[in-house]
Write a protein that binds this ligand. Sequence first.
Ligand code: PAF
Length: 283
Amino acid sequence: MVQCVHSVQELRNILKPLKAAGKTVGLVPTMGALHQGHATLIATSAKENDITVVSVFVNPTQFGPTEDFDAYPRTLDSDLKVVKNAGGDIVFAPSPKEMYPSEDMTWVELTGNITKVLCGKTRPIHFRGVATVVSKLFNIVGPTNAYFGQKDAQQVEVLRRMVKDLFFDLNLRIVPIVREESGLARSSRNTYLSAEEKAAAVVLSQSLKKALEDFKAGDHNKASIIEKVTKIIQAQPLSDIEYVECYGLPGLSELKDEITAPSLLALAVRFGNTRLIDNIILE
Ligand code: PAF
């Protein structure tokens, strides 16, 4: 039976005696519209912890003024089923007022390139919103382990840095990208795609797979790898590239001409009005 709670106090009241009894707690932060990718995060947490808390909160502060906050799918009833089937125990589904009680507030913001490159270029406030809400969730739940998907690779790097800088006492557990049979990375935003756009979007994983093959075959030149990926995607007429870029790991360090392993090859591409991201680690 999955328990669904909406208030911070209620969640703390449930977790306090469990923690006092020595139970480990896994946290899976989500914005809902749960799919197989989330189910894998939840199942991993359920395997590794006594209690798994899944937060379902479409976080307003990580959406820019022209982004899809209002349109973002809200599907709590079916989310509860996904959580139950994947082995989760508690869903925390707060209102915006519960998470942001007042207009004056405290932000968690990272300086440096880590939030300015890749998605940060076109989404300048996004990672401040993510870091702030994830900090709140960490403080509310106090998890032993927190689970995030590698699909949001820049988010992963930002959160690694935040956990280190703010001395959060927890383990970040990063789960590999879950893909559809076609190779398309699972995403809540895939529901926006028409059948034609969805078929076309397969080019993203194909281009990344080819880049990894080329890298393994000895092409370590940044410009060459990026150009080849760009050409493969551009050959698909429904695609509109926002970026194809490569940065060093950890921390998204700037690379010169050579790609040093491990590096992150990441892309953002629009199909119609839908912006998709995907990535691969070159190592
Ligand atoms: O990855 C997401 O779904 C969101 O960015 C997160 C981590 C739940 C914060 O709102």
